[in-house]
Design a protein around this ligand. Structure first.
Ligand code: NAD
Ligand code: TDX
Length: 334
């Protein structure tokens, strides 16, 4: 496998995966297909573009373009998506178009040209777990119970991939990962929003009681897991990726406040997210036992400190979006 087509490679996780491949697998050439939506940033890739990395600006739902690029590649790693739950609640249509129709377009082409396909998905397809009274975690056989338009569109795309594997022999794997954090994450998301709120003189915003639990993983560990699945994973299988990083939103926010030397109560409680999932938790024993993957970022506090440092050192990367993102949240009382 020498030539990869990477969709959504100008976004947070896709660009991290490209940096990972660029650094550790110099024999690989990459074509990036990215629409450069509000979430895609040319700057995330600029330093890598050249002989080894080519950027094609376009839509994953554009069948002729997708056919041409899939034919030129040996394998496809599919990150491109509308990825923010809050946006899916105010305007679901782009989620249906990109996450469902876009994935359909890609798997049709991968089937037609007999190409290896890896589909990037999320733990949110499994819905949520109770906040207390159970140590239950998601496993690859947990039932699909998505709560938001975003997670329903991701669940739909997973189902399409599963059906294409079974009915058309698509050579595919799927991974469902928990919440990622790290550099280059869009400032609409929880952790970078709070860091950049503090850096720009705004107060952090916590939805509801802050007791909701997310299972955090550093984005570098996610990229390493994807590489292992792509190169060692069994066709037709689903792998769950997580790093035992469960924490309540309030605890994460208090850690950010402490690391940024702010008072512990220097934040606002704002309107909760409708349908807000309570708790996510991943049982990653399958990828650990079968592929030997394990996370390297096991100390959340130091990963968070590095992430804070990155946003402090890269204000030009996020400053121009900040007012617009906060105005959108303010219109929603968040
Ligand atoms: P992101 O929003 O940062 O990036 C998405 C990228 O896709 C952007 O570069 C955007 O321009 C591109 N894109 C959007 N629509 C497109 C289209 N129609 N055609 C071509 N490109 C398009 O998202 P992310 O956080 O990097 O997430 C990447 C993938 O990982 C998604 O599939 C998401 O569901 C999944 N995922 C994310 C997380 C997380 O915590 N962020 C966790 C698990 C899974
Ligand atoms: O300002 C905020 N305050 C707040 O309390 C924001 C933006 C979020 N939250 C809460 C909502 C969630 O419980 O923080 C938690 C994390 O929120 P998000 O960053 O929006 O992530 P989440 O909804 O959990 O989804 C993320 O993980 C799974 C990614 O955005 C998805 O793409 C991925 O599939």
């Amino acid at each position: 496998m020498k030539k990869l087509l990477i969709t959504g490679g100008a976004g947070f996780i896709g660009s991290n995966f490209i940096r990972y491949v660029y650094r550790y697998h110099p024999e690989i050439r990459i074509i990036v297909l990215d629409k450069l939506t509000y979430a895609g940033n040319y700057k995330n890739l600029a330093a890598l573009l050249g002989d080894r990395v080519e950027l094609v600006v376009g839509d994953i739902s554009d069948q002729p373009l997708v056919d041409k690029l899939v034919e030129r590649s040996e394998a496809i790693v599919h990150f491109a998506a509308e990825s923010h739950n809050d946006n899916s609640l105010s305007n679901p249509w782009p989620f249906i178009q990109t996450n469902i129709i876009g994935t359909y377009t890609l798997i049709q082409a991968a089937t037609k040209y007999h190409k290896r396909f890896h589909h990037i998905s999320t733990d949110e397809v499994y819905g949520d777990l109770p906040l207390s009274g159970s140590n239950e975690k998601f496993t690859p056989i947990s039932p699909y119970q998505p709560s938001s338009p975003y997670s329903a569109s991701k669940a739909s795309s997973d189902m399409l991939v599963r059906a294409w594997i079974r009915s058309f022999g698509l050579q595919a794997t799927i991974s469902n990962c928990s919440n990622n954090y790290g550099p280059y994450q869009h400032i609409e998301k929880f952790i970078p929003r709070q860091i950049t709120n503090i850096l720009s003189g705004r107060r952090p915003k916590l939805y509801g009681s802050g007791s909701n639990i997310r299972d955090w993983i550093h984005v570098n560990d996610h990229s390493a897991a994807i590489w292992d699945i792509l190169t060692k994973g069994k066709i037709g299988e689903t792998y769950l990726i997580g790093a035992n990083g469960e924490m309540s939103n309030k605890a994460v926010l208090e850690m950010i406040l402490k690391l940024m030397k702010q008072p512990q109560n220097a934040y606002d409680i704002v309107k909760d997210r409708p349908g807000h999932d309570l708790r996510y938790a991943i049982d990653a024993s399958k990828i650990r036992d079968e592929l030997g993957w394990q996370p390297l970022y096991t100390d959340f506090q130091s990963g968070l400190q590095e992430t804070i440092n990155w946003y402090m050192d890269h204000q030009d990367w996020w400053q121009m979006d900040k007012n617009k993102v906060e105005m959108t949240y303010a219109r929603n009382n968040q």
